[in-house]
Design a protein around this ligand. Structure first.
Ligand SMILES: Cc1cc2nc3c(=O)[nH]c(=O)nc-3n(C[C@H](O)[C@H](O)[C@H](O)COP(=O)(O)OP(=O)(O)OC[C@H]3O[C@@H](n4cnc5c(N)ncnc54)[C@H](O)[C@@H]3O)c2cc1C
Length: 424
């Protein structure tokens, strides 16, 4: 039995683990810093209090029941390729084959001030923190005496006009329209604005021109201030400084602007490529290291002819790389040659607002209500667990019909210090 350690149970790691679980020649241990798998494309709905965190997350131990995959909760700290072992915050593990699938993290491009005060959108914790922060600012806005202060507290600035920025802006604008006057009847003031800012001259840059145009139009119709060709250059917690010299007073800056691969101590520096992604060959192996592979957002593969600068950091790439590496590892035990990874691009989509989405397929584009239905359908299929799918479908139906979900709760971590030093 070959012992395979998979670090990270995102789309890439989970698909690899599932594939390998069918092999009698492999012992599979999945290591993750969290005890649950989650679905990032719907984080923005958690951040806007539209769905619950549990709708898009699922415990690894429940997922792996009777599947022959073991789970180890721990945060990777370093790898030791020569000794074939890793160090986590919960101890050491050794391996025959090591696979890194730890994804990407927020890139503030070295701006410490922005990293200190802006809200990121990468994890469930980020989404819940964003929800709490926005609801708290609205409570403060209601109590504030000065008009300017009310506006500052209720202004929301989103940096980054990719799918996450577009989806957040659309959802927040809808909520502003449908919910605020009902929830805050005493406010009796005009709330602030939603600003969506991007350095390029368009939104949804990787999508088609038609999708980009539709996103800009729909968001502007909803009242979102879309500022293009403009960079967010600074933020001190009160004022957002833009590259054209403008200042926007806002208690909220959401950073949806950039990502970089998670760094791993022990990976040679000459194997780190653009966007801090780890360079891999056509089989996702790190050259020069024995039996160490990287899959998903964390890797940079330059061998696929259609993607000479590397693949986009998307769920489908991670899923397909995880599955192929699983097949290849099983095949290699049987003496077969590994197949190179070639990405099968099935298209991309983004939701803009209620009943409106855009879909780019390899051979066409469509938008509107049908695109929105397709988006919902496509995003419910990969959600882990049948009950989660049903709960999510019900929550969507309820929220879209009533325009008034009931999740606007400010729940913050407890402050009691249990002084628990037994590894908990
Ligand atoms: C807000 C948002 C919206 C998105 N929307 C879309 C979309 O609409 N369509 C699309 O295709 N893609 C979307 N993406 C991108 C997509 O989610 C990623 O491409 C995909 O998740 C990559 O999968 P992965 O397995 O490589 O990494 P991830 O899914 O990020 O998984 C990484 C795993 O590694 C674990 N981990 C990290 N560090 C450590 C450590 N030190 N030790 C142990 N475990 C660790 C994490 O806990 C996590 O479970 C979105 C991403 C975000 C953040």
């Amino acid at each position: 039995m070959k012992k395979v350690l998979i670090i990270g149970g995102g789309f890439a790691g989970l698909n690899l683990a599932k594939k390998l679980s069918k092999s009698s020649g492999h012992e599979v241990i999945l290591v993750d810093q969290h005890n649950y798998h989650f679905f990032p494309p719907l984080l923005y709905q958690v951040a806007t209090a539209f769905i619950e965190p549990s709708n898009i997350s699922y415990p690894f131990r429940k997922l792996f029941q009777q599947k022959g995959i073991r789970f180890f909760m721990g945060k990777l700290e370093e790898i030791f390729p020569k000794e074939k072992k890793i160090l986590t915050d919960n101890g050491e593990l050794n391996y025959d084959v090591l696979v890194l699938g730890m994804g990407a993290e927020t890139n503030y491009f070295g701006n410490n001030e922005i990293s200190k005060y802006a809200l990121p959108m990468k994890t469930i914790e980020d989404a819940v923190e964003m929800r709490n922060h926005i609801l708290l600012q609205l409570e403060k806005a209601v109590r504030a005496r000065e008009f300017d202060e009310k506006i500052r507290l209720s202004n929301i600035v989103i940096a980054g006009g990719g799918p996450t920025g577009v989806e957040l802006a659309g959802m927040m604008a809808e909520m502003g329209r449908n919910i605020l006057s009902k929830d805050y009847p005493e406010a009796n003031f005009k709330m602030g604005k939603i600003f969506l800012i991007d350095g390029l001259d368009t939104l949804l840059a990787p999508m088609s021109k038609k999708s980009q145009g539709e996103a800009i139009k729909v968001l502007r119709d909803l009242g979102v201030e879309v500022l293009l060709g403009t960079l967010v250059e600074g933020y001190d917690g009160r004022n957002v400084a833009l590259s054209d010299g403008t200042m926007i007073e806002s208690a909220t800056l959401i950073w949806a602007s950039g990502v970089m691969g998670r760094s791993v101590k022990g990976v040679p520096n000459d194997q780190i490529g653009k966007g801090r992604r780890i360079l891999v060959d056509e089989n996702n192996k790190i050259e020069g290291l024995d039996d160490v592979y990287v899959i998903g957002d964390q890797c940079l593969q330059l061998t696929d002819k259609k993607f000479p600068n590397g693949h986009p950091q998307l769920a489908q790439v991670a899923i397909q790389q995880g599955s192929l590496l699983g097949e290849n590892l099983i095949g290699s035990v049987q003496g077969k040659t590994m197949k190179p990874f070639i990405y099968n691009d099935k298209g991309s989509m983004a939701i803009i607002s209620k009943f409106k989405a855009v879909v780019d397929l390899p051979k066409g584009f469509f938008k509107g209500f049908f695109a929105w239905l397709v988006w919902l359908f496509i995003h419910i299929i990969p959600i882990a667990g049948f009950r989660n799918k049903v709960k999510l479908a019900f929550n969507w139906l309820w929220s879209f019909l009533t325009n008034d979900p009931t999740l606007r709760l400010i729940i913050r971590p407890g402050i009691k210090d249990l002084n628990n030093d037994d590894g908990g």
